[in-house]
Design a protein around this ligand. Structure first.
Ligand SMILES: *[C@@H]1O[C@H](CO)[C@@H](O)[C@H](O)[C@H]1NC(C)=O
Ligand SMILES: *[C@@H]1O[C@H](CO)[C@@H](O)[C@H](O)[C@H]1NC(C)=O
Ligand SMILES: *[C@@H]1O[C@H](CO)[C@@H](O)[C@H](O)[C@H]1NC(C)=O
Ligand SMILES: *[C@@H]1O[C@H](CO)[C@@H](O)[C@H](O)[C@H]1NC(C)=O
Ligand SMILES: *[C@@H]1O[C@H](CO)[C@@H](O)[C@H](O)[C@H]1NC(C)=O
Ligand SMILES: *[C@@H]1O[C@H](CO)[C@@H](O)[C@H](O)[C@H]1NC(C)=O
Ligand SMILES: *[C@@H]1O[C@H](CO)[C@@H](O)[C@H](O)[C@H]1NC(C)=O
Ligand SMILES: *[C@@H]1O[C@H](CO)[C@@H](O)[C@H](O)[C@H]1NC(C)=O
Length: 369
């Protein structure tokens, strides 16, 4: 019943999307609610269901059930915490690998493992890996911030529903409720200490360092002023500033360019998943793709076209498409510059396959000819 108004808003958005993509209301792929079983689907930005924790709105475009528990894809929208309070008290996960990506605004993230305590202020496109057993916490800094979380394996949204005061509903599809009390977002110490069945182990003795200068601490770290390498193992947390990580140029089998920027490769995930950004030039991919693991794309810039099951989808910023393993699909851009976040389950996916056929490249853009 919470959905009456929400669905009315959803219909409007679908109509707009449909007119852009030539898909119709009879599209079998565009959905207005995230499926509860594995199937190909696309869902528009802000349409996925979610819940409210303080001033934070959590939405789940990919869930445990929709991905066969491969991974969950989470969006968190919130205003800055005016009081300087943390978005959640410090904690670790023993079996979930968590990835933070900045979609909009700014947030600060802290990681602590092996007595190496780091913090960074993340802007759009910046990334942090939080492997198992890493103490971590975050604080939303800017108004209208949107964090993207990827958590492997899937199903972690159960925690957020358990902590929430209500499911989120907005007839206007507002990213978050601007009238919410933004000093009450983190669950209390006693609540966060009672969540071990959700794989949350509170670390209440941890005190986040407040000595960041130019968005980073400790002082000798490279942040937006030089290259960031990925970790060389599956245990060490790391940060990658937008366009400062490793890059590959693919022009092998197609007549156009793609730049792949891996954020997690099978080395960092022990073969469990991969993620990164793929930026594509205008052009058409003639070949079709199919990979054994489930995958999801979230559009970051431009307009991503995906063909799948006889339909052509047109995805804009924040839209998500979920592609089950062994589904044949094609993708391309009709505009000059399209960039999307790619998440793939397992060790062999679109990103790893492209990288294997690419050259190392030192620019986020492709050659002029
Ligand atoms: C919609 O269909 C028209 C005519 O078939 C085609 O020219 C156009 O490229 C399509 N647009 C999209 C976004 O697929
Ligand atoms: C995380 O810590 C727990 C408890 O010490 C341990 O059982 C588990 O093996 C650790 N996980 C990893 C991936 O190191
Ligand atoms: C909130 O959404 C979840 C997931 O769709 C659902 O299981 C739950 O019943 C909803 N809760 C309420 C109070 O509507
Ligand atoms: C906002 O939340 C804080 C912390 O829980 C509380 O002290 C304060 O009274 C709340 N303010 C309003 C207007 O509800
Ligand atoms: C912070 O950035 C400013 C401006 O780029 C620079 O002059 C200063 O040296 C930086 N401070 C540190 C500690 O890196
Ligand atoms: C930064 O300094 C610490 C302590 O001096 C040192 O352990 C660490 O290796 C340094 N890190 C880098 C990236 O130079
Ligand atoms: C990879 O997945 C296996 C099986 O779920 C799990 O035991 C292991 O801890 C995971 N390792 C990493 C580094 O993600
Ligand atoms: C895709 O097919 C391969 C080979 O048959 C299989 O190993 C894999 O489990 C399949 N993937 C999915 C998600 O079913």
């Amino acid at each position: 019943m919470f959905s009456k108004f929400f669905l009315a808003g959803a219909t409007v958005v679908c109509f707009v999307t449909a007119s852009l993509s030539n898909s119709t209301s009879s599209s079998s792929i565009w959905v207005t609610e995230v499926p509860t079983y594995v199937r190909p689907y696309a869902i528009a930005h802000y349409l996925a269901g979610g819940c409210v924790i303080g001033a934070q709105v959590y939405r789940f475009p990919v869930t445990g059930p929709s991905s066969g528990y491969a991974f969950s894809l989470i969006s968190t929208n919130a205003p800055g915490s005016g009081s300087g309070s943390l978005g959640v008290l410090p904690h670790i996960h023993e079996v979930h690998y968590e990835n933070f990506f900045n979609f909009r605004g700014r947030f600060q993230l802290w990681t602590d493992k092996y007595d190496d305590e780091n913090t960074r202020v993340l802007g759009p496109g910046d990334y942090c890996a939080v492997p198992h057993n890493t103490t971590h916490t975050f604080q939303i800094l800017d108004p209208n911030t949107e964090m993207v979380g990827v958590i492997q394996p899937g199903g972690f949204e159960d925690l957020f529903y358990a902590l929430s005061s209500a499911n989120y509903s907005s007839s206007t599809l507002s990213p978050y409720d601007p009238s919410a009390n933004n000093s009450a977002s983190s669950p209390s110490a006693s609540v966060i200490s009672s969540l071990q069945s959700f794989d949350v182990y509170a670390q209440l003795d941890y005190s986040p360092r407040r000595d960041a200068i130019n968005g980073t601490a400790p002082a000798n770290t490279t942040w937006h002023d030089g290259p960031n390498a990925l970790a060389t193992d599956a245990y060490t947390p790391y940060f990658v500033a937008k366009d400062y990580g490793p890059k590959y140029l693919n022009s092998a089998s197609q007549s156009f360019y793609q730049v792949i920027q891996p954020l997690v490769t099978p080395t960092q995930s022990a073969g469990n998943f991969s993620m990164g950004t793929i930026t594509i030039a205008k052009g058409s991919i003639k070949s079709t793709n199919s990979y054994p693991g489930h995958a999801a794309f979230e559009v970051l810039e431009g307009q991503l076209m995906v063909s799948m099951q006889g339909e052509v989808l047109s995805l804009l910023q924040g839209d998500v498409v979920f592609i089950p393993g062994n589904t044949t699909y094609g993708y391309w851009s009709q505009v000059a510059y399209t960039k999307f976040l790619h998440v793939g389950s397992g060790a062999k996916g679109l990103d790893t396959t492209l990288i294997a056929a690419s050259e190392e490249w030192d620019s986020p853009v492709w050659p002029t000819s």
